[in-house]
Design a protein around this ligand. Structure first.
Ligand code: KG4
Ligand code: ZN
Length: 349
């Protein structure tokens, strides 16, 4: 049987060019980094899922298949870097959808083999936090910190001792916070993903108009499915009284459910920051783009003496620059990857 040999990383003083590839869910993305600075970060969203109200895994992998070469090509062109200059290829190994991960992983391995450069596997959730270490003029978080990853697939609280020393303190027992935004949004007729729409509509709504129960989950874990059920029951009750209830109160409904979802998150962060003596709070994932969360964090950070880090907007949702920076850090650490590496949909750390 043909056996791949792990590629050795040979350190040199030359410029380090990393090609990052992200394909864990429904965004195909490629990025070129030079010495940890982002030269390009091309993201192609898959609009096909909108009409189904959520990501359809089979359609996602098919779309990655047709997008991946043009996306990598655009990232190279935009950065003005030739493919021959690439020092290593970093790719998302997991967690994510199996079919989607296969496309990025196998593409990266094939390209790495043909260019004779190392491939570096990356944990998508670590990347959402390590995106803060992209080389730019922004202040960097100092270790240790409380990492909070909030996306459509995850809600995790992580003790981050160092780049690759991370421990999960707690996570959602059911739905992720982004999933809760999307599912509640769907119930009031919003398109997928509903999170950004709820954010926008809430701006002219009264967040105190409707109250929903806050789940009581012990320890570091969190739950969102009870809120979703309470929300559905509330809508059902109100609609039996007034058929136009949603249309007539859309902004207030959005603001009120958004407040509940964020209250739940912030109360967990408060508990975990005190318990673990961490006052640097570092966010990652799509929901960290939420403007109401940012406002609440402004107030909470003054009250609790927190140092809060939220990624630049282009790095909140899934993107390959975050995969590239992890590739850069691992390369610097001489971390070897193997061409035998396979996708891992439930990858943890
Ligand atoms: O990190 P991401 O791009 O993909 C996953 O790994 O899931 O996150 C997507 C999620 C979706 O659930 C979307 O509704 C949510 O992030 N999202 C937002 C906002 N922007 C994106 N949720 C609330 N407010 C936003 N502004
Ligand atoms: Zn993500």
């Amino acid at each position: 049987m043909f056996k791949f040999v792990p590629t050795k990383i040979v350190m040199s003083n030359k410029d380090l060019y990393i090609l990052g590839i992200e394909s864990s869910c429904d965004d195909t993305s490629a990025s070129i980094l030079k010495n940890g600075k982002v030269l390009s970060n091309v993201i192609v969203n898959q609009n096909i899922h909108k009409k189904y109200g959520g990501v359809v895994p089979e359609l996602a992998s098919r779309a990655h298949l047709s997008n991946i070469i043009p996306v990598v090509d655009s990232a190279l062109k935009e950065s003005k870097v030739s493919i021959k200059e690439i020092s290593a290829i970093a790719f998302t190994r997991g967690p994510g959808l199996m079919g989607s991960l296969i496309i990025g992983t196998e593409f990266a391995k094939g390209l790495g083999l043909s260019l004779n450069v190392p491939v570096i596997d990356v944990n998508h959730m670590q990347a959402h936090l390590l995106v803060h270490f992209i080389k730019n003029d922004l202040k960097k978080p100092s270790f240790p910190f409380l990492g909070v990853t909030i996306s459509g697939g995850h809600t995790q609280f992580i003790y981050v001792e160092d780049y690759f020393k991370m421990k999960i303190l707690g996570q959602t027992l059911d739905d992720a916070i982004g999933e809760a935004f999307d599912k509640c949004g769907k119930k009031i007729g919003l398109g997928y993903p509903a999170g950004p729409e709820i954010d926008k509509l809430s701006k002219s709504g009264n967040e105190l108009k409707y109250k929903f129960p806050l789940p009581k989950v012990k320890g570091g874990d969190i739950s969102y499915s009870g809120t979703k059920t309470a929300f559905i029951n509330f809508l059902h009750k109100e609609k039996t009284k007034n058929q136009n209830f949603i249309d007539e109160n859309l902004n207030d409904i959005c603001a009120s459910i958004q407040k509940n979802l964020i209250d739940n998150l912030l109360s967990k962060i408060e508990i975990l920051s005190i318990k673990n003596n961490l006052n640097t709070i570092v966010f990652g994932g799509g929901v960290s783009a939420n403007s109401y969360l940012k406002n609440r964090l402004d107030k909470a950070s003054k009250l609790n003496n927190w140092k809060v880090f939220i990624p630049e907007l282009q790095y909140t949702t899934d993107n390959a620059a975050m995969i590239g920076i992890v590739g850069h850090l691992k390369y610097k650490d001489s971390v070897k990857s193997s061409l035998n590496s396979t996708p891992s949909p439930r990858l943890t750390f």
